[in-house]
Structure formats: structure tokens, C-alpha cells
Design a protein around this ligand. Structure first.
Ligand SMILES: Nc1ncnc2c1ncn2[C@@H]1O[C@H](COP(=O)(O)OP(=O)(O)O)[C@@H](O)[C@H]1O
Ligand SMILES: [Mg+2]
Length: 303
């Protein structure tokens, strides 16, 4: 699958941030770059309230059209779902939006700025944060350090400030530590600050990823099947956690999710993909009763 392939081949974004060659699962710090200052809506920004818009996206891998002429948008403060059978192209859309892969055609505009074609770290800095379908944490680092990478990436001091022990470094360092505590508390993981990811349950690992993505203060948070692998009780807890975080941090979320329970509860708008293309969109109630959606799901046990 896409996730593992990139984990193996994509170096962590920004060499200075890498915790060491071969340590990390690849894209750890890529979510760790906060929105740059001064990138507010400018000329060319879409209708009022639209923070992310993709237009006419195409992506093919050899003969496979993973994404075909896809247009979608996310409004500020909304939770929008992207659903569809396995192999529909959902993760590929996230990879295009977050710059893991460039689109073959189309454009992506974030808060008035065209981000399509930018390298991954620049897109992260512009404000696209994400988590991965297959959790990607740095196994050699503890929970606090995994989250800290995002904060370090966001902060303004340079590596040489640290070497020279300049005041800016110490100020940022203290501020980062306070923020670290805040984000760990936000996902209720303070107790596990010094645990390694492998010592945590799957559900808690998902929370670490979430804290790391949040710490980058993204304009839009992309969550790729965040409830996958959780048991029903954990799913319920996770929904509540997300709803709370959404309020506390004013989040705008685009979520790929299979469970209708999550989709129905959380989203204001749903896009449905099949074979790379959009086949429906609307409110959760509208898409639930859409014949095209129902037939796309028949025969796909995992959907
Ligand atoms: N890097 C890649 N190389 C080749 N094929 C890919 C790659 N990424 C995705 N695909 C193919 O694109 C299609 C859509 O995959 P994906 O976006 O992962 O779907 P989904 O997330 O909806 O399950 C699949 O046929 C998949 O095999
Ligand atoms: Mg996927």
C-alpha cells in the first residue's frame, strides 16, 4: 500500500529535524511544521469560508487512475468526510493534498495560496497537517519526543541558537515544553510521556499521532482512518476526543473513515469516491440514501 511504500522511501522532511538516519518511519516531522505567519487569504481565495479547495485533481500510477478529475472543498471549522470502498483513491487524495505526491493535473488552494507543486515540508508549513492510515511514529523516541518534533519544527529558532545557547533558544525551549505538556494533556497521555510507542495500545498510539499533528497547529487536519483498528469502545472514546479537540483548537478536519457511525456523527459534508472519481457528495443523510453510494458499497465487505 501507499503508506508503507512511502515510509520506506521518503526521508523525514527537513534533514535538520531528522532524529537520525534509519530511526524514524519516514514522514514523522512532515506534520510538524506549523502554519507560516502571513499566509492569510489572499487574491484568488475561494468563496467565504473555504479554507481548502482542490480542483480537477488527477493522479495515475502506471495504468491505474488512482484519482480522476476530483474537485472538493473544506470550509473553515467544518468536519468533512471522504469515504469510498478500499482502493477508491482516498489515501491518494491525502497524499496529493499533503504533497507526498504531486498531482498530474489540477490545483490545490489552501487559504488563498496555491500549494499544489510545493514540496511536502512547505505544504506542512502552509498548514496541512495529517495522520496516516498506518500509524507512523518514531519507534526509538518516546511519546514526548515524538510530539516535540512537531513543536521544534514549528519554532523559529535556528539550530545554531541552540549550539551557542542564545536566549532565543531558551525562551523557545521553555515555551515548547509548556506546549508539549498542553498537547499531551489534550490527548490525555501525560502519564505516558516517557513510554515508547510500542509500549502503548493501538488506540493510544493513534492519540500520539494526533497530538503530534495538532502541535503543528494545522489550518486543516487530514485524518486517514483514525479509528481503524480500534475496538467499539475505543471508537466511541476517540469520537469524543476528536469532538473536544475540535472545539478547543477550532479545528477544520478532513477525515477518511469507513465507519458510518463516525461519519454520521462528525461530518457536515461527505464526499464519496469510487475508482478514483467522486460519485456523490452531500450531507450524511443525503449520501446514505444515494443509490450510487449504496451500490458502490455492495460487494466491498470492508467498506
Ligand atoms: N504509490 C503508488 N503506486 C502505485 N499504485 C498506487 C500507489 N498509491 C496508490 N496506488 C493505487 O491507487 C489506487 C488507490 O489507492 P488508495 O488511494 O490507497 O485507495 P484507498 O485509500 O481509497 O483505499 C489503488 O489501486 C492503489 O493500488
Ligand atoms: Mg487508504
Amino acid at each position: 500500500m501507499q503508506g508503507e511504500r512511502n515510509a520506506a522511501s521518503t526521508p523525514p522532511v527537513g534533514d535538520a529535524l531528522a532524529p537520525g538516519a534509519g530511526v524514524g518511519p519516514g514522514s514523522g516531522p512532515s506534520v510538524g511544521l506549523g502554519p507560516s505567519v502571513g499566509l492569510g487569504p489572499g487574491p484568488g481565495s475561494g468563496p467565504e469560508g473555504v479554507v481548502l479547495r482542490a480542483e480537477g485533481l488527477d493522479k495515475h500510477f502506471g495504468g491505474v487512475y488512482a484519482v480522476r478529475n476530483l474537485t472538493m472543498q473544506v470550509e473553515q471549522g467544518h468536519t468533512v468526510s471522504l469515504i469510498g470502498p478500499n482502493g477508491a483513491g482516498k489515501t491518494t487524495v491525502f497524499n496529493l493534498l499533503s504533497g507526498v505526491n504531486p498531482p498530474d493535473a489540477g490545483r490545490i488552494v489552501l487559504a488563498g495560496e496555491e500549494i499544489s507543486g510545493m514540496p511536502q515540508h512547505q505544504i506542512a508549513r502552509a498548514g496541512i497537517g495529517r495522520t496516516f492510515q498506518n500509524i507512523r511514529l518514531f519507534p526509538g523516541l518516546d511519546v514526548a519526543e515524538n510530539v516535540m518534533l512537531s513543536l521544534d519544527a514549528r519554532n523559529r529558532y535556528h539550530w545554531y541558537d541552540g549550539l551557542l545557547r542564545l536566549p532565543a533558544f531558551h525562551r523557545e525551549d521553555r515555551a515548547s515544553r509548556d506546549q508539549l505538556q498542553e498537547y499531551l494533556a489534550a490527548v490525555a497521555l501525560e502519564k505516558y510521556a516517557h513510554s515508547k510507542p510500542a509500549e502503548l495500545s493501538y488506540g493510544y498510539q493513534r492519540r500520539v499521532e494526533l497530538a503530534r499533528a495538532l502541535a503543528a497547529r494545522p489550518r486543516v487536519l487530514l485524518l486517514d482512518e483514525p479509528a481503524a483498528g480500534l475496538n467499539p469502545g475505543e471508537v466511541e472514546e476517540f469520537i469524543e476526543l476528536l469532538e473536544r479537540l475540535k472545539g478547543d483548537y477550532n479545528l477544520t478536519i478532513l477525515i477518511i473513515e469507513h465507519r458510518m457511525q463516525v461519519v454520521m456523527r462528525m461530518s457536515s459534508h461527505v464526499y464519496v469516491m469510487n475508482f478514483g472519481a467522486l460519485i456523490a457528495e452531500g450531507t450524511p443523510e443525503q449520501i446514505q440514501n444515494d443509490p450510487a453510494v449504496v451500490s458502490a458499497y455492495i460487494g466491498d465487505a470492508h467498506a
